[in-house]
Design a protein around this ligand. Structure first.
Ligand code: GLC
Length: 614
């Protein structure tokens, strides 16, 4: 069977020679003048984006670049001749002016000293920050001369690159925010607009195309020969929607993060012209439509497959994982702020508002866990067939895991990882909890309680390196069954209880929002003792995060950017507002209507409230 996937092509042509590297970095990079012009697209189907290098055979390209070949950065001019593109897989990178571009020659960080007991001593934080900025700039990916993102990891000693040489949407968020806070807006603007062009690219997996509106997990800049002309090459943005990813996982979080970054860009720069563009508005609506589409689900939470977010491997988080719900809520709130009113969008806005109310009610009521709630679950009646059941999801009290009984402090609480019929995932997932604070999905009291919990459980959640991705790790038979015996997700490693320095930035936003920046300060101080010395690992292993992760990349960009964002925000806490959302009074009213109608509080009484329609 032949399937014709022909689609309209968007070819962005850049006159060669129009961009010199120095002008890019010294002037254009620091201004908000677009380097390329973007046309609002009428059709949203793309075959990637192309940028042609019009080259005579044997001549050098007019766009000097450093070429990232395999795992080695070569400081070279981009000779876009036929021979050079045979590999067909390369990302173009351009290091900052004055910095060495050959990673093999790049001096490794020498900021820390080991004390006699083996622990790293605190080092000059400015030098750590300077090094982080250098590394972040070295991770910038260029497309036709314009900065458009940062690669996931720039580890010169890694033997297998896998897809860490790509620009991941989720990984770029801290990079983008660091650049915004530094006043370097172009890269973020370019990222937003180029990834928008990649949305819903007609790629397929086994004859199936991703849903319209889906944003890719990652993309790569490839240099390929121009169709029909051997002497010409072009740069192509090649997205991956999960069809090449390990496990073929769906990047549900990408579009949600894209909306959150778009809103932060507008707030930080004061330039709302990007979010007001017709194609950007269409992009927002497509993401929303995909998320708000009717399905078979009974819950207002978003139903997803396993590994559809930062945890992108099988970890038993299919269903309604908290991280996705927090990002979903946050994206809905951000989108509501940015959508320009027009005739056609009234239904969408109504659906969005209804979902916001239902979602926040559902999470706040049914995901919340503290001592009181555990005790309630412990005494649950089961098999309640009725509209006013207290134990709506038929949770059997025996599900309460033994570790939880001792783990839950008297003060504090958190949102559980997942809720399904007859199933509560009691694990603590950091990103979901932190982003529930940031987005105000959690109530004010719950947000404080989550931070109380973090403080009470510092030894478990932070220990030697912030921050555990989830707690506790799955071990033994549980690990075997739930991860499918994943050798990367062994207990207290990687996604299964590993510690991820990138989470520092979300912790910082959350603690600043709640007026408790000292929590983030403490965590940053701890990270500074080792992170540069350890070469900015992707994650740490063991219960106390004592080892660099077994298979962790070094010079992981979002570890570097996460640290920088935390530092920048602690120095200027009011900038956290670009990322946070406050609950508005409509939502608060709607929520209190629903809460007083909840049978858990009104058992035995006749229901008087009508369902709330916004
Ligand atoms: C790993 C992480 C994922 C990240 C990617 C690139 O797969 O689980 O969250 O986006 O690496 O850094």
């Amino acid at each position: 069977m032949v399937i014709n996937m022909a689609a309209s092509e968007a070819v962005l042509r850049v006159p060669s020679g129009s961009l010199s590297p120095s002008s890019r970095l010294s002037s254009s990079f620091l201004t908000s003048t677009p380097l390329l012009s973007f046309k609002p697209s009428s059709t949203r189907k793309r075959r990637g984006i192309r940028c042609t290098n019009s080259l005579a055979r044997g001549k050098t390209s007019h766009c000097p670049n450093s070429v990232f070949k395999g795992k080695k950065l070569q400081s070279t001019r981009c000779k876009c001749q036929r021979n050079d593109v045979e590999e067909n897989i390369r990302s173009t990178l351009l290091p900052s002016d004055g910095l060495k571009s050959d990673l093999d020659e790049m001096p490794l960080p020498v900021n820390g000293n080991l004390s006699s007991n083996g622990s790293a001593q605190s080092v000059g934080t400015n030098s750590i920050e300077d090094e982080a900025w250098d590394l972040l700039r070295q991770s910038i990916v260029y497309y036709c001369g314009s900065p458009i993102g940062t690669i996931a990891a720039n580890d010169p000693n890694s033997t297998s690159v896998l897809n860490y040489d790509q620009v991941f949407i989720r990984d770029f968020i801290p990079s983008g925010i660091a650049f915004l806070l530094k006043g370097e807006y172009d890269i973020v603007r370019n990222f937003i607009l180029y990834t928008l062009q990649l949305q819903s690219w007609e790629k397929t997996m086994d004859c199936h195309s991703p849903g319209q509106g889906l944003m890719p997990a990652s993309f790569k800049v490839k240099t390929v020969p121009l169709d029909g002309d051997d002497s010409m090459t072009e740069e192509v943005l090649d997205p991956d929607f999960g069809e090449a990813a390990i496990g073929r996982v769906a990047p549900v979080d990408s579009g949600l993060w894209w909306i959150i970054l778009l809103r932060a860009y507008g707030k930080c720069t004061g330039d709302v012209s990007v979010q007001e563009r017709v194609d950007v508005q269409t992009g927002i609506k497509m993401i929303l439509k995909l998320c708000l589409a009717d399905g078979f689900d009974m819950f207002p939470t978003l139903l997803v497959t396993d590994g559809s977010c930062m945890i992108d491997r099988r970890m038993g988080i299919h269903g309604h994982p908290l991280e996705i719900q927090a990002l979903f809520y946050s994206a809905l709130v951000c989108a509501r702020e940015m959508l320009t009113p027009e005739d056609g969008s009234a239904d969408l806005i109504r659906a969005l508002n209804n979902r916001l109310v239902a979602l926040s009610f559902h999470i706040r009521e049914y995901y919340w866990l503290d001592m009181k709630k555990i005790n309630e679950i412990y005494r649950y009646q089961t098999e309640e067939y009725s509209y006013d059941a207290v134990n709506k999801f038929n949770i059997y009290p025996d599900q309460i895991p033994s570790w939880l009984v001792d783990f839950m402090p008297n003060r504090g609480g958190y949102l559980i990882g997942n809720l399904q019929p007859a199933h509560m995932d009691f694990r603590f997932f950091s990103l979901g909890n932190l982003w529930s604070i940031v987005s105000s999905l959690a109530t004010n009291d719950q947000s404080h309680a989550i931070l109380d919990f973090v403080e009470a459980k510092w030894a478990e959640l932070v220990a030697d390196m912030p921050f555990k991705i989830c707690y506790p790790a799955m071990e033994g038979e549980e690990w075997r069954i739930i991860t499918g015996s994943d050798p990367k997700n062994t207990p207290w490693s990687y996604h299964n209880g590993g510690s991820w320095p990138t989470l520092l930035w979300q912790l910082t936003v959350a603690s600043i929002k709640m007026g408790r920046p000292e929590i983030a300060e403490k965590a940053v101080e701890l990270a500074e003792r080792r992170i540069a010395l350890d070469k900015w690992p992707e994650y740490y292993d063991t219960k106390r995060a004592r080892f660099i992760g077994k298979q962790a990349r070094l010079y992981q960009t979002w570890s570097i950017a996460g640290y920088l964002v935390a530092k920048l925000l602690l120095a200027n806490p009011s900038a956290a507002k670009f990322l946070t959302s406050e609950e508005d009074s409509d939502l608060r009213n709607a929520f209190s209507c629903m809460i007083s109608a909840n049978p858990r509080r009104t058992r035995g009484r006749k229901k008087t409230q009508q369902p709330f329609i916004v």
